[in-house]
Design a protein around this ligand. Structure first.
Ligand code: MN
Length: 200
């Protein structure tokens, strides 16, 4: 099966001023695009050719780095575009209740997730996951994610934030904390809520 590079569900400049158009264009076209190319090339002729991305991630430890990294990148980026939006919403319903229960408030969640994102050295992702029916925050290196059998903390990701420098460097340079503060202005909590309910 050939994996497809999905179009962004909004324009490259739609998330300005929080995420600039040039970053979005390079990030989506070049970084995500090349991951899809590498994934399709590296699975050709292997048993991974007939698996979904999720099925590859579940046994990531059995694959060479090119498959693990490109499958992770394709999943992570496809998921990332969907949780960003030019028309941000607020957590509602069961997700809002779970956030209050686990973190005291939405601000409590943001604070913990930003701290985890700042603490992750080098490139990676910070995640809000569902694990054993509870919300939890974790982070991963490189293009790894909580669906991988190699993950430090495994669970179902419902919100992942890219903390590679390519996600913010053109606008924020080395200021990862400022990027993390501002990205909360463009989060699609409706989508996160749908994922939460699907994971429960
Ligand atoms: Mn990225």
């Amino acid at each position: 099966m050939s994996h497809l590079h999905p179009a962004l569900p909004y324009a490259y400049n739609a998330l300005e001023p929080h995420i600039d158009a040039q970053t979005m264009e390079f990030h989506h076209q070049k970084h995500h695009g090349s991951a899809v190319d590498t994934l399709n090339k590296s699975i050709a002729g292997t048993d991974a050719e007939h698996k979904t991305v999720e099925a590859i991630l579940a046994i990531a430890s059995t694959y060479p780095a090119a498959i693990r990294n490109s499958a992770g990148s394709h999943y992570n980026h496809s998921s990332f575009w969907q949780v960003l939006t030019p028309t941000p919403t607020q957590p509602a319903g069961a997700l809002a209740a779970a956030i209050e229960d686990s973190f005291g408030s939405l601000d409590g969640l943001k604070e913990k997730m930003n701290a985890a994102g700042i603490a992750r050295f080098g490139s990676g992702w910070v995640w809000l996951i569902v694990k054993d029916g509870k919300l939890e925050i974790t982070s991963s290196a490189n293009q790894d994610n909580p669906l991988m059998d190699t993950a430090e903390v495994r669970g179902t990701p419902i919100l992942g934030i890219d903390i590679w420098e390519h996600a913010y460097y053109l606008k924020y340079q080395n200021r990862r904390p400022e990027y993390l503060t501002n990205i909360w202005n463009v989060i699609n909590w409706d989508e996160v809520g749908r994922r939460y309910e699907a994971a429960m």
